[in-house]
Design a protein around this ligand. Structure first.
Ligand SMILES: [Zn+2]
Length: 98
């Protein structure tokens, strides 16, 4: 009888990590493309969370330490305010939103 090949937890972890890395890389490409479009066209708006002040670019909410250096100094003119999912969750948890 051939020994069964059992899925290794280590291999599963490596797969998860590779997928997470790939997702981050794709997200980053969306962020950079959105930044490029914004720099090329001043009509393009960037969303900023009204609560935590994080920016969203290309559909991705940036971590605070990730605020791109390439944002123009007059970025405030191109900002529209929104709320990020983390702040929505936080408000919900505190019963301030439904
Ligand atoms: Zn937020």
């Amino acid at each position: 009888v051939e020994p069964a090949i059992l899925p290794s937890p280590d291999l599963e972890r490596r797969i998860e990590r590779a997928l997470a890395d790939a997702r981050r890389a794709v997200d980053r490409s969306h962020v950079l493309r959105a930044a490029r479009d914004m720099l090329a066209d001043h009509e393009v708006l960037i969303t900023r969370c009204a609560w935590c002040r994080r920016y969203a670019l290309g559909g991705c909410w940036l971590r605070r330490e990730e605020t791109p250096r390439f944002l123009p100094p007059d970025v405030a003119r191109s900002v529209t305010h929104g709320i990020c999912p983390d702040c929505v969750d936080d408000l919900r948890a505190r019963g301030l939103s439904h």
